[in-house]
Design a protein. Sequence first.
Length: 353
Amino acid sequence: MKVLGIETSCDETAAAVVDGERRILSNLVFSQLEEHRPYGGVVPEIAARSHLDHLDGLISGALAQAGLGFDELNGIAATAGPGLIGGVFVGVMTAKAIAAARGLPFIAVNHLEGHALSVRLSGEADFPFLLLLVSGGHCQLVAVEGVGAYRQLGTTIDDAVGECFDKTAKLLNLGYPGGPAVETAAKGGDGARFALPRPMLGRDTLDFSFSGLKTAVRHKVAALDEPISETDQRDMAASFQAAVADVLADRCARALALFQDDYGRPGPFVVAGGVAANAMLRARLDDVARAAGTVMVAPPPSLCTDNAAMIAWAGLERLQLGLTDSLDFAPRPRWPLQEVRGPTAAAAASERV
Ligand code: KG4
Ligand code: ZN
């Protein structure tokens, strides 16, 4: 089975082909970084136009690299939300057009489900598993019981982790995108120099809060001499990253204990989403997993940040279960993971009809 995946929900235009043997036959990503850089963040209108300009070429390229024509595919999957709606429309309309023209099944993939299942592309996580999903827009702990069976255990009550990395980078003049810049700056920095808060640490909850940490970084940076020195940048980046690591570690340890109670086994413990590309956080979360009697599994960094291989893979898993979508599926700017339907919900819905 071979599926073409399309990703256009933010500022990466991407197309990829994967097969049922978990092989990535092609995985092309065009990053719009340079187009958004002057604005210090993603501009939705620019993103949508850029997807339109680049998507066709990426799809042809992905097929050429996979050595396949449209007729050798078994389905077309596209991110249908959540995300910047102009971009999502571009991807979904393109996928629907190919599906209609070639008589292929169309699969509307939830972007978060793409992240959630991405680790299964390397074959490392059987259901059920505990997932920490950390990206630019999300920070959630989820019990993943199967395709379309997502039980949220905790979520951020304010900001997402990736967003905090991006804000911190901006405050420190480290540029955009923030995550990788903060990680690089933090190397060799003194993580104990700035006393930053660890919001909700030790509290009996699986929710997160990052706005207090973000504000504290802003105040401490404002108190620094201008222009900010390289040492200050490094120390603040390291202090910030240490605070994030402490909070994530605390909450994940709690979630792993709960998962053990609910499912009778300690893991697997999966970390996915753009922030999961961070080597320091990966190492810290691996320690947490080992202490709980399991290991942390995460996709390789290139599959943590937005890509189309994960969308193709989620599409393939859905297709294998007979979960395809009609061509009138409407893209959704907001689409919580818990609302994604799986085989059970789909069967119940068709019985009702
Ligand atoms: O999953 P993703 O590519 O897009 C969303 O679905 O949001 O995640 C992007 C986020 C950005 O906030 C980015 O700064 C962050 O992931 N990120 C990182 C790293 N690489 C990307 N955060 C920390 N360390 C990194 N190495
Ligand atoms: Zn993402």
